[in-house]
Design a protein around this ligand. Structure first.
Ligand SMILES: [Zn+2]
Ligand SMILES: [Zn+2]
Length: 307
């Protein structure tokens, strides 16, 4: 930031139809002008003037001056969107400030982590796609969805998109990146006193973003499911874990096939075992839930391969 401006100053800049039209015009004309591989097009003053309904050039010049530095960037070749301009104009164009249409309840695959029943239903609850168990009436999971995500899909493909986004986010989180803002994340492993399945996985990985204040929590077992060693282990057995939603993992915890255990203190160390048939993959983690080592265990013989 070149200067300290308050959030209200930043938003006040947008409280004007012409300025919002300018941002929209830059996005629309970039969309129309951009050739593959050409990078973001920069628009000359005259091009923006053609797109925007504004009385005269000095008015446009004034509005461009106000937007430049926060929402627009200016070079000799013309104007283009800044990071903030990019985020805000995509937000406006996608209509993600609208209230989404209601969705559900619709039955979804998977079992309840609390009671083991195959009785899950998905429904929209505020900005989350919530999955509840109709057998024990508890909430199984909730994952954030956008209004555009809902508007452009029917039920089945909406649920698929939620799984996809959950898997992508989880991978970024485990690599220390906040999916929301891109800042660096730190992670801690904590014992969960009220864990529904204390024998299978009593630990939670909690990652907090110091910048945007988002918090991400996940059972320790789930935090390693998208590790390459787990993806490969499951892929070799005909399972694509990257296409599964977290609620579809509950069955593995409920049946005790996936477990976690603390193996050392000060510094803390953990092992997660993901079993499939007679085989298993073990992932050894440090106190920040970083996987230090993995091994595959084959059959009852205990013969294993370290990697
Ligand atoms: Zn239940
Ligand atoms: Zn963040």
């Amino acid at each position: 930031m070149t200067e300290n401006r308050s959030a209200t100053d930043i938003f006040r800049l947008l409280a004007d139809d012409t300025r919002v039209d300018v941002l929209r015009a830059v996005a629309v004309s970039q969309y129309e002008l951009e050739q593959i591989g050409s990078g973001a097009a920069e628009l000359a003053f005259s091009e923006i003037y053609d797109y925007v309904d504004v009385e005269n050039t000095s008015k446009l010049s004034y509005h461009l001056g106000e937007l430049t530095g926060t929402y627009l960037r200016k070079s000799d070749a013309g104007y283009s969107l800044s990071h903030a301009g990019e985020r805000i104009v995509r937000f406006i164009l996608s209509g993600n400030y609208e209230q989404p249409e209601s969705f559900g309840p619709e039955p979804v695959d998977g079992v309840c982590v609390f009671c083991g029943e195959e009785a899950l239903e998905a429904a929209l609850s505020h900005q989350f796609l919530r999955i509840d168990c109709t057998a024990c009436e508890r909430q199984v999971t909730g994952q954030s969805v956008t209004p555009a995500q809902i508007r452009t899909r029917d039920g089945e493909s909406l649920v698929r998109s939620v799984k996809l986004r959950g898997a992508e986010d989880a991978r970024q989180i485990r690599r220390g990146m906040c999916p929301e803002c891109g800042a660096r994340l730190s992670a801690d492993v904590v014992a969960l006193p009220g864990s529904p399945l204390p024998d299978a996985d009593p630990f939670v990985v909690t990652s907090s973003c110091e910048e945007c204040l988002r918090e991400y929590n996940s059972p320790l077992t789930y935090s390693v499911v998208y590790h390459p060693a787990s993806i490969a282990f499951h892929w070799d057995r005909g399972v694509d874990v990257t296409a599964r939603g977290v609620w579809e993992f509950h069955e593995c915890l409920y049946e005790g096939r996936w477990t976690s255990e603390q193996t050392a203190s000060d510094p803390d160390e953990y092992v997660v075992v993901l079993r499939h048939g007679d085989d298993a993959v073990r992932l050894y983690l440090d106190s920040t839930a970083t996987v230090a080592e993995t091994e595959r265990v084959r059959g009852e013989s205990g013969e294993f391969r370290r990697s």
